[in-house]
Each structure stands twice: as C-alpha cells, then as structure tokens.
Design a protein around this ligand. Structure first.
Ligand code: PEP
Ligand code: MN
Length: 337
C-alpha cells in the first residue's frame, strides 16, 4: 500500500502517520522527490482499512500494490535509484563498465588485465575468487588468496572490485575488502545468503538465476532490501531455454521490463549469456540500446589457456575496440561511458 502525502502535511503529522503504520506491525518506506512525497507501507497490509489514513485529510491518494515486491517496486520509488560506489555512480547517466577475467588466476594475470581494462575506460574490475563450478573437479578459484590479489590490483589501478560471494562463511572479508559483492545466478535464491547481505550496506550485484522469472529476480532483490540494504544492482545474464547454440539465451526484453517494474539499476552480462567471445560485441551493443545501466564483460589476456570461461572471454585489444564503439552508442542514448 502506498500513501501519496498531501503537500500541506507537516512533519509532525507525517510522523504521526508513520507511527500509526508501525503500530500496525508494518514497515515504513519513505520516498521524497521534487514533486512527490510517498509513504510505502511494507508488510502484510491485507487487514488494513485504508479509511484510517484517508480520514486525516493528509493523504491525496492510496495505491494498492498488487506485486509481492515492494521496496524494489517502482511504485515505491518513482525515480531511478543511483548507487554510489567510491567515485562511481551506477544507475545514473553513465553506463558502468565492469571488466576482467572470469577467475583470478595469478598476480601477473589480474594486474595485467586490470591495467589494460582501466586504460580502455572500464570503471570496475571483476574477477572470481570463489568460483561456482558445475564440476567439483574444475578449478574452484584461489579463494581468499584471490581476494588478496584483487585488492592488490585495486591498489595498483584504483579500480573498485566486484567479486562473487558463495556463502556467508567469508561475509566479513567480503564486506571489508570488496566494493561490490556479486551474487551469482546459482545463488539468486539462496535466501539465507540474501538475508545476511541485507544486513550489510554493501552494493550487491544480483544476477538472474538460470531459470528465474523477472518476478523471482525482483523477489530476491526484495530479500536483500527488506533487511535494510537498498543498494541492489540487478543483472540479466541469460536464461536457460531450449536453444543449445548459445550457453544461455540473453533475455533483452527483461531490461525494459525491469526498468518499468523497478527503480533499481540493471546491467547485462553478454559473456555468460552467449558463452562465445565473438557474440560479446553485438550483445553489448544491444544491451545499451535497450537501456542497460552497465555491462559486465569477461576479458582475459590469454583466453586459450584461461582456467575458466576462456571461450567467452575477449582479449584486451578487442575490449579496447569495443569500448570505442560503445561510447558512440551511449551518446545516441544520451548517456555516456
Ligand atoms: C561469473 O560472473 O563468473 C558467473 C559465474 O556468472 P553467473 O553466476 O551469471 O553464471
Ligand atoms: Mn565466468
């Protein structure tokens, strides 16, 4: 339930409304814009009689929110959410480019890639330290040592780091060391993990599950936001369909759909969607054209010998060329990179 507050309401009167909501066992989600003041009622509102708010004369309109996601719902927050990470803002005019290898493999590897993607204009460095591999016999990542190497690359290049958390075991290290915590597709519905991340105030990059609907993705964002952490960035990374030619099917329509339903920033991962390096360019261009707020791209200096996802990784020189083209496209969309 959303209460659109009358502009004549005083602060004391607004506080009285908020207290009333809390007394009814619900949460308050306030959003104030240039021309609006909204109080979102979060929780089980089924037994609330809207008349008790209307009687005060302070509420212009009451909107019933049909969807089960509330805090992530655009009705609760009509303006786009902008998430500040260091000196960068995700979800604003700038399209954020996150680039780096699938996994951190060595100091030389991560440093060399970090330096080249930075020189090409990337704003964030990605790299997996804890890897969710289908086979337990595949490379599982350098784990804590990988985190140390990412920190070293950040220190050398100034690029903020994005890396995946797999369980709550190292949560304190992630909160301390990482700039954006990634929740991978396979953990999108690990509700215990989402709940714990909701207790932090770290930006969370939440990837869409392999077979998850848009609504399920938004409900997972809601788990994090319900705990008080509203710094959620959504990521479309392809979903599983009957098509086998590509690793996944990039659901481009999800981007405008999510933008309509939610105020959260949405980025696209063309690398995991396609599974093929030569598709990264066309899918990146498409993502910008449908309104993505950013891209997360796998870049490797030696893809043939990469320990993970070499087939979908582009080389630094290709990334450089791609960035030049994406900058032009961003201008058409009245954005910048
Ligand atoms: C990744 O980003 O390296 C990754 C494993 O992605 P996803 O969770 O989308 O498969
Ligand atoms: Mn990967």
């Amino acid at each position: 339930m959303i209460l659109v507050v009358n502009n004549k309401a005083s602060e004391t009167e607004i506080n009285q409304i908020k207290e009333k909501i809390e007394k009814m066992g619900c949460g308050v989600h306030e959003s104030i814009g240039l021309n609006y003041h909204i109080i979102g009622v979060v929780g089980d509102t089924s037994s609330i009689d809207p008349g008790i708010f209307q009687a005060s004369g302070l509420i212009d309109k009451i909107i019933h929110v049909q969807e089960s996601y509330k805090k992530s719902n655009r009705l609760f927050h009509p303006e786009n959410t902008e998430i500040k990470v260091g000196n960068e803002i995700i979800g604003g005019k700038k399209i954020s480019i996150i680039a780096g290898p699938c996994s951190v493999e060595s100091e030389d590897q991560i440093l060399s890639i970090a330096e080249s993607v930075k020189a090409s204009g990337a704003s964030f460095l990605r790299g997996g330290a804890f890897k969710p591999r289908t086979s337990p016999y595949s490379f599982q990542g350098l784990r804590k040592h990988g985190l140390e190497l990412l920190k070293y690359a950040r220190e050398k290049t100034g690029l903020p780091i994005v890396t995946e958390i797999m369980s709550t075991e190292y949560l304190d290290d992630f909160v301390e060391d990482v700039d954006i915590i990634q929740v991978g597709a396979r953990n999108m519905q690990n509700f215990e993990l989402l709940r714990e991340l909701g207790k932090t105030n770290k930006p969370i990059l939440l990837k869409r599950g392999l077979c998850a609907t848009i609504e399920e993705l938004l409900m997972s964002a809601e788990y994090i936001m319900a705990g008080g952490n509203e710094n959620v960035i959504l990521c479309e990374r392809g979903i599983r369909t009957f098509e086998k030619y590509t690793r996944n099917t990039l659901d481009l329509s999800a981007i405008p759909a999510i933008k309509k339903l939610s105020h959260l920033p949405v980025i696209v991962d063309p690398s995991h969607a396609a599974g093929k390096w030569w598709m990264v360019e066309p899918l990146s261009k498409a993502a910008i054209s449908v309104g993505a707020d950013g891209l997360i791209i796998e870049v490797h200096n030696d893809p043939e010998n990469a320990l993970c996802d070499g087939d979908q990784s582009i080389k630094p020189n290709r990334f450089h060329e791609l960035m030049g083209k994406l900058k032009l496209l961003a201008e058409i969309e009245e954005r910048k990179i």
